[in-house]
Design a binder for this molecule. Structure first.
Ligand code: BGC
Length: 595
């Protein structure tokens, strides 16, 4: 789909107002995951840093980003992309200082953007002083900070997550002469959450970063905090109790800051991470099950996998929100699909074994979709229309490629491509010094896939992304509205309504958006069943054109080109239809939206 052309050069607004007070900002926000190391290198040491990121904030504001998510930037041996923390309250020297981080927060806020960070609290690096003390002095104050055992007998029902590298969740420590428990790499011992001193220490880590002005954090690997023999050691009641206590502390001491659960679990298990209205846990949780099904549906050319996943998604408490995504810094995980779906997806998306990692695929969005502009647009439009706040991954807005010759997930963590100059404008360092090489493949070479080239022509993927984010922002139904599936006559055509039937406290008009997607590579014509909206008119939200309306029998026939989609605003011109709709669609009162 093409958007009307806009002015060719971005107009960066340096005087954007600061953050507006909005307790539900995260329910409407567009998030952007940015790896400090990978984005922009200001001090020319070959790795990105806070000053570099600050220098690119205007770009992110121009793009329409509301909140940045920074994966761990703490002091770390960097054996797991910084998720192996050596000191929770110090930043990597190569990224700058705490003062630089605070400046980043201030400068993002001045541009109306928020900052969330990533707290891997389940484990530390084996270089962390807590672990060093624990292994050297079993009877000392840190002796019980980790989970030690003389044997490997305990917790045998817990799966190994990093199957590519780990054979067991137990590793023998030659210094303490005991085994320690770890759910990820053998150099990442799990903290012992059963020890109240550990829980207090983690509360203090959270307090420390809240005091630096962050707007919230992603609670990394949260299902694994507590272990119990005879269970799979995931999602256990004491883990939920810990999260309730953490939320209560955050609400009391840092009201308005958010916690986002990273729980790669089935929908009925993920939903528990929101807690209840009486005992809330996280404000948001990533929707892991829908992500692979978007890719599955695209190759299968059928709407059913998406329709079914949405039908199986339980409702969430008032004030909660899903986080949705297409890609992130990890492999595209296939844990939430059936074995046969997984086989099919590996065949479609990772034909070369180098493209695979653990139970997933280590590729970026554009190469996954074979650089098909139509499919990239379609899947982005799906992401932005489905319930949840979208989390974009840096570089995907320009269709960056990956490098499967690099190890593990580094394949899609390469430097951001800013321009066709040395090191893609990421760094002035000697190219050999870069923490990872820039992508120079035939199709995705930084010579042509870069921000500068794409800002220079208005039909670029970058301009397309900017435009669709702007349109989404103008329609609160995408963030706050209910999702209603719409029956269609064609198996490749997915349709649903986003319904915000009453105005909210911001005085925004009630709205219903009809979203229709053709998942087929061929044109498709489909009749949609919209019994509650008989007689209503339709208007395209992109160009504003009036579309033929829904007929008096509540049917609408649409013809869509290959991988085409429509977002149509349902007009309220027919009072007859309005009263029919009130009967057919349950009216939601404002409290559903937390106002
Ligand atoms: C992070 C991974 C990391 C793992 C272990 C995950 O949840 O997203 O990048 O490797 O935690 O630290």
């Amino acid at each position: 789909m093409a958007f009307p052309h806009t002015n060719s050069a971005p107009q960066f607004n340096l005087n954007a107002p600061g953050l507006a007070h909005d307790p539900h900002w995260y329910r409407k926000a567009v998030f952007y995951e940015v790896l400090v190391q990978s984005f922009a290198d200001a001090n020319e040491d070959g790795a990105g840093d806070f000053s570099g990121l600050i220098s690119r904030l205007d770009y992110l504001q121009w793009l329409g980003i509301d909140c940045l998510w920074l994966p761990p930037f703490f002091d770390s041996p960097q054996l797991d992309g910084g998720y192996d923390v050596r000191d929770f309250t110090a930043v990597m020297e190569t990224y700058g200082t705490i003062l630089d981080f605070k400046s980043l927060v201030t400068q993002a806020h001045e541009r109306g953007m928020r900052i969330i960070i990533d707290l891997p609290i389940n484990h530390t690096s084996d270089q962390h002083p807590w672990f060093k003390a624990s292994r050297e002095h079993p009877d000392g104050p840190f002796g019980d900070y980790y989970m030690w055992s003389d044997t490997t007998d305990l917790y045998q029902d817990a799966r190994v997550i990093f199957v590519d590298t780990e054979e067991s969740n137990w590793t023998f420590d030659p210094i303490r002469r005991q085994f320690f428990w770890h759910r990820f790499f053998g150099h990442q011992p799990d903290l012992n959450f059963a020890n109240p001193a550990v829980r207090d220490a983690i509360f203090n880590v959270v307090r420390f970063w809240m005091e630096q002005g962050i707007d919230g954090f992603r609670a990394d690997a949260i299902p694994y905090l507590f272990a119990e023999d005879g269970t799979n050691c995931e999602n256990l009641p004491p883990t939920h109790q810990f999260l309730q206590d953490l939320r209560a502390m955050v609400d009391a001491e840092f009201p308005g800051r958010v916690i986002i659960a990273e729980a790669n679990q089935m929908p009925h298990e993920v939903v528990d991470y929101f807690g209840t209205e009486e005992n809330p846990e996280c404000h948001m949780a990533f929707h892991f099950p829908i992500m692979p099904r978007l890719y599955y549906a695209l190759r299968d050319q059928k709407a059913a996998p998406i329709v079914e996943t949405m039908a199986n998604t339980p409702s969430i408490p008032r004030g909660a929100q899903w986080g949705t995504f297409l890609r992130n810094h990890d492999e595209l995980t296939l844990e939430m699909v059936t074995p046969s779906e997984r086989e099919a997806m590996l065949g479609w998306y990772a034909p070369d074994s180098r493209m695979r990692a653990n139970i997933g695929i280590r590729r970026r969005l554009a190469p996954l979709l074979d650089n098909s502009r139509a499919e990239i647009e379609l899947i982005n439009a799906l992401l932005l229309a489905l319930p949840g706040s979208p989390f974009l991954y840096y570089g995907d807005e320009i269709g960056m490629g990956d490098n499967i010759w690099l190890d593990d997930r580094d394949a899609s963590r390469t430097p951001m491509q800013w321009n066709p100059d040395r090191n893609a404008g990421f760094s002035n360092a000697d190219p050999g010094k870069l923490f990872l090489p820039v992508v120079q493949s035939l199709v995705y070479h930084y010579n042509h896939v870069n921000v500068e080239a794409q800002t220079a022509h208005t039909s670029s993927l970058l301009h397309w992304n900017k435009q669709i984010l702007k349109v989404r922002k103008a329609h609160p139904a995408f963030g706050l509205g209910r999702y209603d599936n719409v029956e269609t006559s064609h198996e490749s055509v997915l349709a649903f309504l986003r319904v915000l039937p009453v105005g909210n406290a911001e005085g925004e008009a009630p709205e219903i958006i009809l979203c229709v997607f053709n998942l087929s590579q061929h044109p498709s014509a489909a009749t949609l069943n919209l019994p509650g909206l008989a007689g209503r008119g339709l208007r395209d939200v992109f160009g504003g054109d009036i579309f033929p309306g829904i007929d008096d029998g509540g049917h609408l026939t649409l013809t869509l080109g290959s991988y085409d989609f429509f977002w149509l605003r349902v007009r309220s011109q027919s009072s007859n239809a309005l009263s029919t709709q009130t009967q057919a669609l349950p009216v939601i009162d404002g409290s559903e939206f937390g106002y």
